[in-house]
Each structure stands twice: as C-alpha cells, then as structure tokens.
Design a protein around this ligand. Structure first.
Ligand SMILES: Cc1cc2nc3c(=O)[nH]c(=O)nc-3n(C[C@H](O)[C@H](O)[C@H](O)COP(=O)(O)O)c2cc1C
Length: 210
C-alpha cells in the first residue's frame, strides 16, 4: 500500500497538456468530495470551490492565466476561493451545523467558540485573509493527492491574475476572492513533461531530524 501510494505520487506531475476526455460523473463526484473532506483550521471551511464548467468562461479566463492551455483544455477547472473577509455569520453557521450533525448545543461548545474568537480577534484583516488563503492550499494538496491516487492528472495554477478572475467569475457579487486554481483531467501522450525526471532535493537535505 505505501509503495503503491509513493508510486502514484511519483507518477503525478504538473500536467501542461491534457487530452480531450470528459470525466465520468463518478470521477467528478470523487474529486468534488475530496475537496469537501479537506480539513481546515478550527474546522471552519472558509471556502468555495468554484467549478468553471462553461467553455466560454474558460476562454475568457485564459489570457489572465498567462494563456496557459490547461485553463481551456483540462477536463475540469476549479477555482479555490475564500470569502473576502471573515464572514459575520460564520460562527452562527458553523455552530448551527455542528448542532445538527453532532447534537451539541452552542452553549455546550462555548469554550470552543471562545478559542476561535480569541484566535481570530488577535488577527487583523490581512492576517485573517492569509489564514483563510492557507486553508485553500491544504484543499489544493488534498485534491492533487486524491486525484493522483485515482490516476487523475492535475495542474496546480498560481499563474493567474486573481482580480481578473474575480471580475469574470462575478466573485465581487458573491463576496469571494480567488486564491489558487486547479486544472484536472488526463495527460496527453504528447505532454513532454511527463517524461522528465522528478526534481526533488534529496531526503537528507529536506528532513531535519533533531
Ligand atoms: C501552488 C502552486 C502553483 C503552481 N502554479 C503553476 C502554474 O501556474 N502553471 C504551471 O504550469 N505549473 C504550476 N505549478 C506546478 C509546479 O511548477 C510544479 O508542481 C513543480 O515544478 C514540481 O513539479 P511536479 O509537480 O511536476 O512534480 C504550481 C505548483 C504549485 C504547488
């Protein structure tokens, strides 16, 4: 099992050229669920995963993502987004949900709520934004790993202009901000990058054991 997982992690690479092959509903549901199951700080799930299924929208986005072909050619494109600011109703929403799922009242969870509040209130708006951004990178990692295990290719994409993505996708209206993007699909046999040797520093140079 461990060997197979490492084989899959070696198999994956940031795919530049995808072949035109649609996901089955099952594959798409798997990818969506792997994002939803991402862990987050205090379990707050301050995110929206925006699947850009419209080819027209993807064409419109492409010039604002360094014209990377993955934007239009991948089987799916997901923009990982967060709220513009920490939402005022976040804790109502979260503890309401917690009560439904776990049957614990907000009163019973008061200590936990206090911990969240002291964590968030110690941060200014910019720090809160960075904290929310970081959660999206965990989601990106989760998605890429889950995809690789299912032999689905991905390309993480930071090479884009968030302000233009936000405008084109109507994020201002939705109170969202794009953080990072993932293209998903199946590698084209013509993508030369798949044959390149993995470029990673040696284990002794990245693991520090004290
Ligand atoms: C956060 C993040 C953003 C990235 N943005 C891009 C991108 O915009 N375009 C691209 O082709 N690759 C992008 N990459 C891919 C990296 O260049 C690639 O993962 C790295 O060189 C390691 O190679 P490998 O993933 O093929 O093993 C990004 C990777 C990460 C983790």
């Amino acid at each position: 099992m461990q060997k197979e997982i490492l084989e899959k992690l070696n198999w994956r690479y940031a795919t530049k050229q995808f072949k035109p092959q649609a996901f089955t509903p099952d594959q798409r549901a798997f990818l969506e669920e792997s994002l939803r199951l991402t862990p987050s700080s205090f379990g707050q799930q301050l995110w929206r995963f925006v699947w850009v299924d419209s080819p027209l929208l993807r064409e419109e986005l492409k010039p604002f993502a360094w014209n990377q072909r993955q934007i239009t050619e991948a089987s799916a494109l997901v923009v990982l987004a967060r709220p513009l600011t920490f939402p005022k109703d976040q804790l109502d929403r979260f503890f309401g949900h917690l009560e439904v799922v776990r049957g614990k009242t907000r009163q019973e969870m008061a200590g936990y709520e206090q911990r969240i509040l002291s964590f968030t209130s110690a941060k200014d708006e910019r720090e809160l934004a960075c904290w929310m951004d970081r959660q999206l990178y965990i989601a990106l990692g989760n998605l890429m790993t889950a995809a690789a295990l299912a032999q689905i290719d991905t390309c993480p994409i930071e090479g884009f202009e968030p302000a233009h993505f936000d405008r084109i996708l109507g994020f201002e209206k939705l109170g969202l901000k794009s953080v990072v993007v993932a293209a998903l699909g199946f590698r084209s046999p013509e993508d030369a990058y798949q044959h390149q040797k993995k470029l990673r520093f040696e284990a002794k140079d990245v693991h520090l054991k004290l």
